[in-house]
Write a protein of this length. Structure first.
Length: 429
């Protein structure tokens, strides 16, 4: 499964902000893929300008794995690329290889099976240490969260804010600010991103490592889910992911496909805004159909449809014709509490990173990218995800906040969060 997937459904485009180990593009080669490739950041390039496409060819994958082990000669590269549309110049232009005197070396983040297993075992230890740093402040977090009006949902709220907003979203920005993680660079062919690949076959268990987030930003209220890759069939925006399969049959008609997909996404964004209005109103105490009808400027059919959806997925609870929120909802009234949780989390992570980064760099100096002369700050893009992933797992199992895999959870393997768009910064912001 993927290490961390943060998606943002925005302005009619599904923008992949973070997809560490998600499957790469399909290839026409009959051979089985050797690596899978994604980007951290946003990419608009396509075809031979897209490193994901270039790295979808199995001969190129094999070549990159060879480069991870030793410098390549030009003749080796020419033999490898001759059955593909890829050239040596293209590999150099995309920064996948670099020239080093009379040889060519690996020039991007490619992790072999052994690299991944090493990172996994090392990061488990550091993740435990990071979790302990947070556990030391549990009383402070509980005191801050006590200001949240719905006591039953406080453990889920803490999970969403600490594991999701702080460690995942905020941690990426923090590690970049501290100089520990490279900033995605802007590419001439379109996009600002880091390309990274991982060799297939590591077979690591990511259950309980809460690295994934999906977000649909609304005009006033946004919807996110934070989890470990377990399918989120009752989460928003996840319930709308059938969009791609719904329009798949029209791909042979590009103009129709593009227009249809855009229209579907427009309708989804409208539904997200409708849902945000309802959830915000119920969180503020407007808990009946009559009250919602008077308060919300929504046509009756849209209001009833979105309420039915929210009830069906457990975002709203209905009892005796009254509604109550079933998942954490953050409104403007919660801003001071949210800011305090994020501030404390940032302070803990800053202190911990400064104390542990030098030892991590030394312990992981033998990873393939480092052996090829690339900076550890490039590999730390992945190392941090492993580490905070283990920290989120240990904190959930230790009772610091909600455990998404606890028996009886309706939303198994993930925690939803609905948040005022003015209160939080989402992924990539």
């Amino acid at each position: 499964m993927g290490v961390c997937l943060s998606k943002v459904l925005l302005l009619g485009v599904l923008l992949v902000v973070r997809s560490s180990l998600a499957q790469g593009n399909a290839t026409d080669a009959p051979e089985k893929a050797l690596i899978h490739t994604s980007v951290t950041g946003s990419i608009q390039a396509s075809g031979l300008d897209d490193p994901q496409y270039v790295l979808s060819f199995v001969p190129i994958q094999r070549l990159m794995l060879e480069a991870a082990q030793h410098p390549l000669k030009q003749a080796e590269i020419q033999r490898a690329v001759q059955t593909t549309p890829v050239t040596l110049d293209r590999l150099l232009e995309l920064g996948l290889l670099r020239r080093d005197e009379d040889a060519y070396r690996l020039n991007y983040l490619l992790l072999t099976v052994q690299d991944q297993r090493t990172m996994y075992s090392v990061s488990a230890r550091y993740g435990s240490s990071l979790a302990n740093a947070f556990q030391d402040h549990k009383a402070e977090f509980d005191a801050i969260a006590s200001h949240y009006r719905n006591a039953e949902l406080r453990p889920q709220l803490l999970f969403a804010l600490v594991a999701g907003a702080a460690m995942n979203w905020g941690g990426l920005g923090l590690t970049t600010e501290l100089g520990y993680r490279v900033q995605p660079r802007r590419h001439e062919k379109g996009g600002t991103y880091i390309v990274h690949s991982a060799e297939n076959g590591a077979n690591l268990d990511f259950t309980g490592l809460y690295l994934d987030s999906e977000t649909a930003p609304g005009s006033k209220m946004s919807f996110s889910t934070f989890g470990d890759g377990t399918p989120r069939l009752q989460g928003l925006p996840d319930v709308f992911e059938g969009l791609e399969s719904a329009v798949a049959d029209w791909q042979r008609l590009p103009a129709v496909y593009a227009a249809l997909r855009s229209e579907y996404i427009s309708l989804i964004l409208l539904a997200i805004d409708d849902a945000g209005q309802v959830m915000s109103a119920v969180a503020d105490g407007i808990d009946t159909d009559e009250g919602l009808a008077k308060t919300l400027a929504l046509p009756e059919d849209r209001r009833k449809n979105v309420i039915a959806l929210l009830v069906s997925i457990g975002y709203l609870r209905e009892l005796d014709h009254h509604y109550a929120v079933g998942v954490p909802v953050i409104t403007e009234a919660d801003k001071l509490m949210v800011d305090a949780i994020l501030k404390l989390s940032r302070e803990i992570m800053t202190t911990w990173l400064r104390a542990n980064y030098p030892a991590m760099e030394k312990e992981l100096s033998g990873l393939s990218p480092m052996r090829n002369g690339l900076p550890f700050s490039l590999a730390f893009n992945e190392v941090w995800h492993y580490e905070f992933g283990f920290a989120t797992k240990f904190l959930a199992e230790g009772g610091f906040y909600a455990n998404p895999h606890a028996p009886g959870n309706r939303h198994e393997g993930y925690v939803p969060l609905i948040w005022a768009s003015s209160v939080l910064k989402g992924p990539g912001e």
